[in-house]
Design a protein around this ligand. Structure first.
Ligand SMILES: Cc1cc2nc3c(=O)[nH]c(=O)nc-3n(C[C@H](O)[C@H](O)[C@H](O)COP(=O)(O)OP(=O)(O)OC[C@H]3O[C@@H](n4cnc5c(N)ncnc54)[C@H](O)[C@@H]3O)c2cc1C
Length: 449
């Protein structure tokens, strides 16, 4: 199907063929069929480029539960069930996840461990500098990281291959009868009488207008553009400790990821098996191997052996793009962006941090890949997702860049679309800002922990 073939009307129009649009379409088709109230032929996905053209197609693919916010943890635990439903198709590797932390984070992570036990999410929590060192030595005999005093070892989670997951979701949605139109941009959402009645699209020079009953806006970093089409607030008022603050509704952050070009087998554990994903937050200064000081503050990295990326792949802390969102060039996206690919700074720091953690990485900085990598994400005022309905019939799935791991959100959104409110999504309504129902903030150096 192409733009000239888009239908004149459709019940559910989903904008965006990333992880959330595709997962929502797949699950919604099944919900409709199960109720005898429709099927996949009631659903159309419109994608301006192709499936996986946004962050879903470049994500490092880490799946973890380690969140300080109870609502995030419960949501992630739900998503892990979806990952486990078809690990082969998603190329999901349930190797587990290690959160290794500095002392200031210890109490936060202890709380996470306790609450994981309470929701039956298997993990081990080790406290103390020497105990942490010993535990990590048991996994990697060349472990030598300093500046950390605890390790939370999640036995579930791990990572998945980004495009394998996107393609599997696409195939599952299409098998249910969902139509996907690619190369077609949504340019306008026509609001009439409070709701969106029509979606206007453009393919090349050709425009089409589709009458719709429901819209799902799952546009990843492009969500501020759809927000603007819906004439929703540019700034958001937040009630915090009795005071009202006003912040821009959207802010971009740049994610820094890259690959060390070694054989992925280089990072096997002491038993010669795939290790858990490693995430280290340390509070000692970071030096390179020539003793140059690179970071004089807290720092954090994550890494894993990855056959898809062809090396040891991972990332460093993201940085905020300090410009109003309209001044940020979202396109071309990801590795094609002239503005938001990682540079020498990232390569130096990441390689030094790997070497700080494990001896096997000593002298390997020159093997950092120079292939462009990284990408931006649209963050909400509190850096947590907004899953909510606006203009009566538009469901906005704005994951604040938490989202590759959240493959199950589409299943929950699908239930809400057929009229079943989901308790797991309730903490992510937009009204939480005005009402002061904010998520607790952790001591992590990352905006999303
Ligand atoms: C470098 C990087 C690494 C990441 N690593 C991880 C990770 O390890 N684990 C994790 O959980 N998360 C990770 N994330 C975050 C995660 O990738 C995103 O949160 C998630 O993929 C967003 O999915 P989405 O479906 O909302 O958006 P997208 O993947 O962006 O999909 C949206 C789609 O909508 C299309 N679109 C946009 N506007 C329009 C329009 N007007 N008309 C038609 N189509 C439109 C786009 O082309 C795009 O294909 C990472 C992000 C980045 C940038």
């Amino acid at each position: 199907m192409n733009a000239s073939q888009v239908p004149e009307s459709v019940r559910y129009c989903i904008i965006g063929a990333g992880i959330h649009g595709l997962s929502t379409a797949w699950h919604l088709a099944r919900e409709l069929k199960a109720r005898g109230s429709g099927d996949g032929s009631d659903i159309l996905i419109i994608e301006k480029s192709e499936a996986g053209a946004g962050p879903s197609g470049i994500a490092c693919g880490v799946v973890r539960n380690n969140y300080f916010q109870p609502a995030m943890r419960e949501l992630m635990a739900h998503s892990v069930h979806v990952w486990e439903s078809d690990p082969e198709a998603f190329e999901y590797h349930p190797v587990g996840y290690l959160q290794i932390s500095y002392d200031e984070m210890r109490a936060d992570v202890a709380t996470i461990a306790e609450q994981q036990a309470a929701i039956g999410y298997e993990s081990v929590f080790i406290e103390g500098e020497q105990e942490t060192f010993n535990y990590m030595k048991g996994i990697f005999d060349d472990w030598r990281c300093t500046g950390v005093t605890s390790v939370l070892h999640e036995k579930k989670g791990g990572y998945a291959h980004n495009m394998a997951t996107v393609n599997a979701l696409l195939a599952k949605a299409e098998a249910e009868g969902v139509s996907v139109v690619t190369g077609t941009l949504v340019t306008e959402l026509v609001v009439d009488g409070g709701a969106v009645t029509h979606v206007v699209t453009r393919r090349g020079t050709e425009s089409a207008t589709i009458a719709v009953d429901h819209v799902v806006a799952a546009a990843g970093p492009w969500v501020p553009k759809l927000w603007e089409m819906l004439d929703l607030p540019e700034t958001t008022k937040i009630l915090l400790e009795g005071e009202i603050f006003e912040l821009p509704t959207w802010e971009f952050w740049a994610l820094q990821e890259g690959t060390l070009d070694v054989d992925p087998g280089y990072l096997m554990n002491n038993e010669g098996n795939m290790p858990p994903v490693v995430h280290v937050d340390a509070d000692v200064p970071l030096y390179d191997e020539d003793n140059n000081l690179l970071v004089d503050d807290k720092w954090g990295i994550y890494y894993k052996p990855d056959f898809n990326f062809g090396g040891v792949q991972g990332g460093y802390m993201p940085y905020p793009v300090k410009r109003p969102w309209r001044d940020v060039a979202i396109d071309p996206y990801g590795p094609a962006s002239p503005d938001f690919v990682v540079g020498t700074d990232f390569r130096q720091v990441w390689a030094a941090a790997l070497s700080h953690c494990q001896e096997r990485f000593e002298g390997k900085a020159s093997l950092m890949s120079h292939a462009p990598s990284g990408g931006i994400g649209a963050f909400t005022p509190d850096n947590f997702p907004v899953f909510d309905t606006f203009r009566e019939n538009v469901y906005v799935v704005a994951d604040s860049n938490h989202g590759f791991k959240m493959i199950g959100v589409g299943a929950l959104v699908a239930k809400e679309l057929v009229g079943e409110p989901q308790a797991l999504l309730e903490p992510f309504r937009y009204s939480r800002y005005a009402e002061g129902r904010l998520h607790p903030v952790s001591n992590s150096p990352y905006p999303w922990s």
